[in-house]
Every structure is written in structure tokens, then in C-alpha cells.
Design a protein around this ligand. Sequence first.
Ligand SMILES: NC(=O)C1=CN([C@@H]2O[C@H](COP(=O)(O)OP(=O)(O)OC[C@H]3O[C@@H](n4cnc5c(N)ncnc54)[C@H](O)[C@@H]3O)[C@@H](O)[C@H]2O)C=CC1
Ligand SMILES: CC(=O)[C@H](N)C(=O)O
Ligand SMILES: [Zn+2]
Ligand SMILES: [Zn+2]
Length: 350
Amino acid sequence: MAEKMQAIMKTKPAYGAELVEVDVPKPGPGEVLIKVLATSICGTDLHIYEWNEWAQSRIKPPQIMGHEVAGEVVEVGPGVEDLQVGDYISVETHIVCGKCYACRHNRYHVCQNTKIFGVDMDGVFAHYAIVPAKNAWKNPKDMPPEYAALQEPLGNAVDTVLAGPIAGRSTLITGAGPLGLLGIAVAKASGAYPVIVSEPSEFRRKLAKKVGADYVVNPFEEDPVKFVMDVTDGAGVEVFLEFSGAPKALEQGLKAVTPGGRVSLLGLFPREVTIDFNNLIIFKALEVHGITGRHLWETWYTVSSLIQSGKLNLDPIITHKYKGFEEFEEAFELMRAGKTGKVVFFPHKG
Ligand SMILES: NC(=O)C1=CN([C@@H]2O[C@H](COP(=O)(O)OP(=O)(O)OC[C@H]3O[C@@H](n4cnc5c(N)ncnc54)[C@H](O)[C@@H]3O)[C@@H](O)[C@H]2O)C=CC1
Ligand SMILES: CC(=O)[C@H](N)C(=O)O
Ligand SMILES: [Zn+2]
Ligand SMILES: [Zn+2]
């Protein structure tokens, strides 16, 4: 195996990243070394690339970026028992403690001591990567690596969409970024109808239709609340799934959801948000879910089964595939411009 590898590294506390050559790492106790087969860019990677306020408060350069991955185990560190060379794995990004109050109540997705793989330590935008063995998820051998890498963000979408009943339910999704697009795919695979998507980007509205949205609306040109009422004969939608992180979208969705309906909130807002709680939530008796991470490990079983069912329309969502990392700056700039769905790197050109 090679002694050296390429990696996309946040080398300094400033905008951008660098493609560098580094030593192939050695797995320590409880770790495995994987050959990275496919790795995709997350919105969080974009925050790190742009070096926004959150990234400045959390990331300690120099550090290899990336955390969405599919890879093959090529070396096993001391003390690892349930993984072996040749295993085909993906990675749960939340490294949880197992000891805190949340963990001891089986709420591992909100562990109070969570460390995030690829955020608080070196990640997977490289030819090889070190992975904590306890965070490995074994994939079926025939799962395409680009689908396997998407399981981590798909887990966010599954927990958002399936936080309550969805089959046959009218649904509004605000935000058709990579996660909202995955949400559309999960909602349609789960029998939601109609799925109405509010998204200002024409590029992403077209993608939303390709993925299976029944209706799309541009909230910057027409009132999405009126649009929803027209489609639902004045009832409003049973389910509101927030994937944009835009305060206006939140308010619109709360107005569009039918009294007694369900709301799942995944989008992260840029600042505190003011909401008319009395009239938009309390007097409507809404069921509201905050969504973060993935339920461990049941969400991974649901995601893997949905992919293997063949019912998830993922191909239109994967808009950009790159062999190697040389064009990574183009990839990040296209994503920054909102001109992509999911972007996937295949590090090995052979
Ligand atoms: N809670 C969690 O565990 C996680 C939350 N997130 C958050 O989920 C959200 C979605 O992630 P990505 O798809 O990567 O983000 P993204 O920023 O690529 O997509 C957001 C989409 O919302 C659209 N949008 C903006 N204003 C809108 C409005 N008024 N109405 C409707 N749509 C509007 C944008 O055009 C964009 O397409 C982000 O806020 C991200 O920070 C991401 C990962 C995990
Ligand atoms: C921080 C991340 O981007 C990660 N996908 C997560 O689910 O926490
Ligand atoms: Zn992520
Ligand atoms: Zn914990």
C-alpha cells in the first residue's frame, strides 16, 4: 500500500483549503484504516471551507476535511474485534460517550459529549482515512459507493421525514438544498402525497421535480402559503418539513400546516428567530420535532433498507462526480453558488 496520499486539508484559519500530500496514517487502538472509495461534501464542509463564524469557533487547522464516506477496511488497529480487512463501511459522524444522561436514556443522537468525525478530528477527503471502529456501519457489498456515502445525510432526512406518519399525508418541504432533496426522495418513497416544495433557486426547483416533488413554488415570486391552500382546498398540509434554515420559510410553513399537523425542523437558522407562538403553534396544537444527527443505530437500518428497496430516487440528487481531488475548488465554488445537489469525490482513479 502507498506510504503517501493526497488530502483536502484546512491548512490555515482562512477561506479555502489546500490539496496536500501527507503520510498514510496508521490506525491506533480501536481504530481502522479505510481506503476511501467515495466521499461527498456536506453543507458543514462548506462552512469550514468558507471559514464562517461557527467554523472559526470549532475547527483547529491543520485538519483533513470531510465526513460523508464509503470505504474499504485495509488495516485494523489493536483491540478492534468486529471489523476486518475487506469490510465495506460507512461512518456515523457522531462519536458519543455512552455515559452521559442522554446516552443512558438511549438518546445517543443528543449525547452531551458528542465529538463529530471530520469536524473535531481529521476526516475523509483523502485516499485513506482513520475511522473509530465503534462508528463504522457495514454496507452490503453491492451498494454503490456514492449511495453508501450519502447514508449519513440521508439519516438526517429520514429522521426529519419519518418523525411521524407520512404515508398518504400532504407535505410541505421548505428548502431543496442537498438535504431537502434527500427529504423529497424519502417522503415520496414513503408514500407522501402531495409533496409541495418551496425553493427560490430555479436550478433546485427543477431538481426537486426530477426527484419526485408533485408541486414546486418560488417563495420569492408567489406566496407559498396561498399556494399550499390552493393545492389542499384550504385545509393546509398535514406535515411541514423545514430544510432551509430561513426564518421566513419557518413562518410560512407554520401558517401552511393544518391545525393539529406535524412539524419537523432540521434547518439551522443564522440567528435567533421570532415566531408568533400563540397563533402559529399553540392555538394550532401542532406537534413540533427538533431534528439533529441520526438515531443510533435504527436510522442507519432504515436508510440502508430504503436504498436497497430501490425506491429512493437518488441519481438526480448526485449532480457532480469527480475522479480524484484535483478539481475540489471548482466543486466547492459550485456548491457555494447553489448550483449543485450532492457532490461526490472518487479519490482513486484506478
Ligand atoms: N439539524 C441537523 O442535524 C443538521 C442541520 N443541517 C441544516 O439543514 C439545512 C439544509 O442543509 P443543506 O441542504 O446542506 O443546506 P443548503 O443551504 O444547501 O440548502 C438550503 C436551501 O434553502 C433554500 N432557501 C433559502 N431561503 C428559502 C426560503 N425562504 N424558502 C424556501 N427555501 C429557501 C436555499 O435556496 C437552499 O437551496 C441547513 O440549514 C443546514 O445547516 C444540516 C445537517 C445537519
Ligand atoms: C455536523 C454535520 O455536518 C453532520 N452531518 C451531522 O449530522 O452532525
Ligand atoms: Zn454533515
Ligand atoms: Zn453521551
